[in-house]
Design a protein around this ligand. Structure first.
Ligand SMILES: Nc1ncnc2c1ncn2[C@@H]1O[C@H](COP(=O)(O)OP(=O)(O)OP(=O)(O)O)[C@@H](O)[C@H]1O
Ligand SMILES: [Mg+2]
Length: 242
């Protein structure tokens, strides 16, 4: 087992005027390469904060995160931007696509910014991803011409274009009907079977059951961990931990 993500004693204090709020209160965890991990917990428990710090979108107040050989707290803003672009794929509840670019251009954008591949190679990879996600026939449409499920598949293709070591998904099915949500989960599971490491925040026990294991967060602390698989026992545990 190779450790991909290491989180040690992570704390995050948000300051709003003179008020301090401790959103993360000493979280430590390890994620092995190839794991599919779900994170659950009540609204406001700190799930997105945790994901954003692991992905280098935000910085902790204390404690540290290491992804592969990268110690995020030792990186400057430029290094962090490169880390986010090349090592991490992000999928959010609201798809965050660029409205004036078509589907294929949305998918290719992070690869063009990264400049590590030729345009031809990027086109080949984006086409392959669009095929794999069943939206290659939508390549020339713009985001507003797509259904929610299709838009999320575009966002997933974009997240994978730079072959990230870690996929971070924050409520990826939160804005989808259950059929589209299931399709998205099928896609994530399939990538995971092929070795992709995934950390996914979700409010849905059904979604969490797809993961190898589930972490439960309450008031900024890790309070429990259980195997995936059975959505009923996950839902039950969520109620118990309230
Ligand atoms: N930029 C910010 N400034 C101040 N407080 C913040 C900020 N972002 C988040 N918080 C607070 O930190 C806590 C954790 O927020 P976070 O977004 O991580 O919760 P969450 O578990 O993702 O909730 P949800 O399920 O509703 O998305 C909340 O109480 C929130 O109000
Ligand atoms: Mg959140």
């Amino acid at each position: 087992m190779t450790t991909l993500v290491q989180v040690s004693e992570l704390r995050k204090i948000y300051q709003t005027g003179s008020i301090n709020f401790e959103a993360l209160r000493g979280i430590s965890l390890e994620i092995a390469a190839g794991d599919f991990v779900a994170v659950m917990g009540q609204s406001g428990s700190g799930k997105s904060t945790l994901l954003q710090i692991i992905g280098g979108l935000d910085q902790s107040t204390s404690g540290w995160v290491q992804v592969g050989e990268h110690r995020l707290d030792k990186m400057n803003q430029t290094d962090l931007a490169v880390f986010r672009r090349d090592q991490v794929g992000f999928v959010f509840q609201f798809f965050n696509l660029v409205e004036n670019l078509n589907v294929q251009a949305n998918v290719e954008l992070p690869a063009l910014l990264s400049r590590s591949k030729s345009r031809k190679e990027i086109r080949r990879r984006s086409t392959e991803l669009l095929e794999r996600l069943g939206i290659v026939n939508q390549a020339h449409k713009h985001p507003w011409e797509l259904s929610g499920g299709q838009q999320q598949r575009v966002a997933i293709a974009r997240a994978f274009i730079n072959t990230p070591r870690l996929l971070l998904a924050d409520e990826p099915t939160g804005n989808l009907d259950s059929a589209s949500g299931n399709e998205v989960l099928d896609i994530l599971s399939e990538f995971n079977r092929q070795g992709q490491t995934i950390l996914m925040v979700t409010h849905s026990a059904d979604a969490a059951a797809r993961a190898g294991y589930v972490l439960f967060i309450r008031d900024g602390q890790l309070v429990d961990r259980m195997p995936g698989g059975d959505d009923k026992s996950i839902a039950q545990r969520l109620v118990e931990l309230r």
